[in-house]
Design a protein around this ligand. Sequence first.
Ligand code: S3P
Length: 204
Amino acid sequence: MNVQIAESSTSQSIEPDTATLVRSRLRRIVLTGFMGAGKSTVGRLLADRLGWEFLDLDSLIEARTGLPVPSIFAEHGESHFRKLESQALASALGRKNIVLALGGGTPEILTNRLLLEQTPATATVFLDAPFPTLYDRCMMQALNPTSTARPNLADATAAEARFLARQPIYRRLAHHTIDTSNLSTEEAAGAVLTRLSLPAKRKP
Ligand code: S3P
């Protein structure tokens, strides 16, 4: 791309590299992927390294409703949760300099995909891994008493069917896909920064 800079009576043409243009314009990084992909953990690390704000969509829904996600599912059903999720997403995308971790099912909803695709200066990154790896990670997390239950993981066979149905949706939506199967969360955060040509403000 050509950028003209007027200098008194002369004009000078400079050619900034694509990475510089991307870096200077990017205002939001959105992490997507199935449950257990590491969206929240990697997102927090990324936000910290960039000096940006971290937002977790599930936490935002919980803060807005005053209810934990499993209670919303149990008391009002998944379709109501999805409506709340779309509202929270629209609100989150109004912010700048944020790293946003989506819920695993957020991209299933067309409205959400349109919101993500139409928000400028926004890079969507798919954190990918095979289903058994993701399932095992979720089972490990479930051992932690502070972790939130995942209603859509209760039935492993149904969860795998969801995983398979969502894979093409995650792929189509994302600007970048990172295979995290053999990466630590620190390495995954570094891989996102590298892929987006973003310099970290803070070292890991
Ligand atoms: C869901 C994933 C969860 C949460 C809800 C539904 C899903 O988020 O939004 O339990 O349908 O995949 P995480 O992906 O952060 O676990």
